[in-house]
Design a protein around this ligand. Structure first.
Ligand code: PA5
Length: 434
């Protein structure tokens, strides 16, 4: 398996009244059975295509020429899009670049997901636009932020390379049909790739939305899907709920919320390569479950950084949170502290230790301290972090979210409440105040 999930420190036999009662947990597991059956049917008839993606490879082959062209032609590639159209690619591509440059042979990738005028001006001024490619991603093809990003970037590139040459700098990903982004891109003669209408933005990591950036970054897209398949297979094979890690996680989260009033969930990986994973999870969990007064509030954290920021609150503040600490086996990894330089008795404990030794000790200490303070804590243990493990983690949390939605009684695939703000934004832009 790509990871080990340890959940014993979420239950009342370890945490007393602060943990989930095992009987209530068993009842929730039982309630997941219809959802699992529905998923098997949806996989069989193809009506929930996200469940079919892990077994597919032909679409990845078809993307290779585009990925190769972007790798060869450009020094910088900007992915325009927001929400689910951006976060999955950002999360996956962190495997290749933690901020100090891309892998050899790959361009620098930039995920541009906000509409801050200062940032977009800085980007357009500082990138060499004649050597910059753009991938424009919008499932609906009409999101105001993405359309604005697209139109201003198109104009800037046209100004540098000319209208005809600008066409080759852009590829659009959107739903089939009469969509605004598709119309515009087609009118300019740009390549347009299909976004499956039945795969929602926040569930699109394993589709071309997440995997085209992955391929441009020089990562192995097939391995991402293989990892996802390993997590999905027990569901498809009809394993009982208690044998499916994502189902166990969902029952614990929902049980702690409904029975113990634990209404926030902290995702705390230790490795930098999972820093964006916390943001991706936050969107997935929040937008899928926060409906009709239900759901729990996701909080992202990064150890060891947040030990110096949020940990005091986590250990000693309100007892309203569950914790998922993601640890990587890293003892002995990275450079070591030279004993000759740590020649002071105050530094003796660090002398000769590697950076990985320190991270290993800190992640274990944080989890143990949370448990001693009777805070419900799930540990996800990784012995390595690569494309397969990332695919497995993403599939785990997509399944966990869908099952949690079933237990809460909400639809994981819609987001009705955000529409009001979108309508108001358009009114303001049209000059219709109030
Ligand atoms: O997950 C979702 O459905 C949303 O976050 C969308 O991804 C986001 O609103 C962007 O939508 P679109 O891809 O249609 O531009």
């Amino acid at each position: 398996m790509s990871y080990v999930q340890l959940t014993s420190s979420c239950f009342s036999d370890v945490l007393g009244t602060h943990g989930l009662d095992i009987g209530q947990f068993a009842a929730l597991l039982e309630k997941t059975k219809p959802a699992l059956e529905t998923m098997r049917m949806q996989h069989a008839d193809g009506s929930l295509p996200v469940l079919r993606l892990p077994e597919q490879t032909e679409d990845i082959e078809a993307l290779m020429p585009i990925a190769s062209r972007y790798r060869e032609q450009f020094d910088d590639v900007v992915i325009l899009g927001t929400g689910g159209s951006s976060l999955s690619g950002q999360t996956l591509c962190r495997l290749a670049d933690v901020g100090f440059g891309p892998r050899e042979g790959a361009p620098r990738l930039h995920f541009f997901d906000n509409v801050d005028p200062h940032s977009i001006s800085a980007m357009l001024e500082r990138l060499a636009l004649d050597r910059t490619g753009f991938i424009v991603i919008s499932k609906s093809g009409s999101t105001a932020e993405t359309m604005t990003q697209f139109l201003v970037c198109l104009k800037a590139v046209q100004d540098v390379v000319g209208k005809d040459n600008a066409v080759g700098h852009f590829t659009a990903i959107t739903e089939p049909g009469d969509k605004l982004l598709r119309r515009l891109a087609k009118n300019h003669g740009m390549t347009v790739l299909d976004h499956d209408p039945d795969i929602g933005g926040r569930y699109s990591a394993l589709s071309l939305v997440g995997l085209l950036p992955v391929m441009i970054a020089g990562l192995d897209a097939k391995a991402v899907r293989e990892g996802a398949a390993r997590v999905l297979n027990p569901v498809l094979a009809g394993e009982p709920p208690e044998k499916i890690e994502a189902v166990v996680g969902a029952a614990i989260s929902v049980g702690l919320a409904t029975e113990n009033n634990i209404l926030s969930t902290v995702m705390m990986p230790y490795v930098d390569r999972l820093a964006d994973f916390g943001l991706w999870f936050r969107q997935l969990w929040a937008e899928s479950l926060g409906k009709q007064g239900k759901g729990t509030t996701p909080i992202n954290a990064l150890g060891t950084v947040d030990q110096h920021s949020q940990l005091q609150l986590y250990l000693d503040g309100p007892r309203d949170k569950m914790f998922t600490v993601i640890m990587l086996s890293c003892a002995g990894d990275g450079p070591s502290v030279d004993p000759a330089l740590a020649d002071d008795k105050g530094l003796a404990y660090l002398s000769g230790k590697s950076v990985g030794d320190l991270m290993d000790a800190e992640q274990r200490a944080t989890a143990e301290t949370l448990i001693r303070n009777k805070r419900p804590t799930r540990i996800i243990q990784l012995d390595r972090l690569d494309e397969t493990v990332m695919g497995a983690l993403m599939m785990h949390f997509m399944l966990e979210t869908i099952i949690a939605a079933h237990l809460f009684g909400v639809d994981p695939f819609d987001q009705p409440a955000v529409e009001e703000g979108k309508i108001l934004t358009r009114q303001y832009l049209a000059g219709e105040e109030g």
